[in-house]
Design a protein around this ligand. Structure first.
Ligand SMILES: [Fe+2]
Length: 212
C-alpha cells in the first residue's frame, strides 16, 4: 500500500509526473491519498483538473479523502470521485471500500464535521482508516490495523533537537511519522507539497510504502 498526501498542486506537472512514475515503479496493490490535492491562495479548477489528469496515470486503485483545502477551494468533488473510481478505487466521504482482492477494508473520513459517525470496521479484513487531520485519531471509536493522515506537512521546517516550530490546527502531538495510539498505529505523512510557504527543511516530501 502506498500513502501520499497534501499534494497542493499549483501547476508543477513535472514534479507530479515524477511522483506518479515512482508510485508505479513500486507496483502497490492500493494507493491512498489523505487530502489537499490542491490548495493555494487562489484555487483554480485548472489545478484540480491537472492533478486529476496526472493522478489518473497511477496503475493501481486509488482511494482518497478530502482535506481542508479541498473544501476551501469550493470546487466540486465529483471529478475527483470519477477519477478515483476510474482507477478502480474510490473517493471516500464517510464511507468504505473493499479492495478487489478482498484483503483491505478502507474506511475514509470526509473530515467535514467532527460529529459525522465513523463507518464501522469489517471483521476478518485488514481495516485501514484514512483521514486528513492527525488529531482526529483521538475521536476514533475503535481500533484499526492502520490509520493514515496528512495535513501537518511535518511542519515543513524541522529544527534539529527541537522539531517543528509551526504546525497547523488539528495536529496536536501527532506531527510526523508513526504513533502508537489506542486507535491503532497512526502514520502521519509529511506530504508532497507546501502551504503557505514554499520551503522545507529537514522534512523531505514523502511517498510511503507499507507492506501489509
Ligand atoms: Fe490540510
Amino acid at each position: 500500500l502506498v500513502h501520499i498526501t497534501d499534494i497542493h498542486h499549483r501547476g508543477d506537472r513535472t514534479y507530479l509526473q515524477k511522483v506518479v512514475a515512482r508510485i508505479n515503479s513500486l507496483r502497490p496493490d492500493s494507493v491512498c491519498i489523505t487530502g489537499d490535492l490542491i490548495g493555494d491562495m487562489v484555487d483554480k479548477q485548472e489545478h484540480l483538473d491537472e492533478v486529476l489528469s496526472i493522478l489518473s496515470g497511477i496503475r493501481s486503485p486509488v482511494y482518497g479523502v478530502p482535506g481542508n483545502h479541498d473544501y476551501w477551494s469550493k470546487l466540486s468533488f465529483d471529478p475527483i470521485a470519477e477519477c478515483l473510481a476510474a482507477t478502480g478505487g474510490a473517493w471516500l466521504m464517510d464511507s468504505t471500500a473493499l479492495t478487489k482482492d478482498g484483503f483491505l477494508h478502507i474506511i475514509g473520513l470526509s473530515g467535514r464535521t467532527t460529529s459525522a459517525p465513523v463507518p464501522p470496521r469489517m471483521k476478518g479484513k485488514i481495516n485501514v482508516l484514512l483521514m486528513h487531520y492527525p488529531a482526529w485519531v483521538k475521536r476514533l471509536p475503535d481500533r484499526y490495523d492502520l490509520v493514515l493522515a496528512g495535513h501537518s506537512h511535518g511542519g515543513q521546517i524541522r529544527l534539529p533537537l527541537y522539531g517543528a516550530p509551526v504546525l497547523p490546527f488539528s495536529v496536536d502531538e501527532y506531527d510526523l511519522g508513526l504513533f502508537h495510539t489506542p486507535a491503532g498505529p497512526l502514520y502521519v505523512n509529511p506530504g508532497l507539497g507546501w502551504f503557505p510557504v514554499a520551503a522545507r527543511f529537514n522534512c523531505r516530501p514523502e511517498i510511503t510504502l507499507f507492506e501489509m
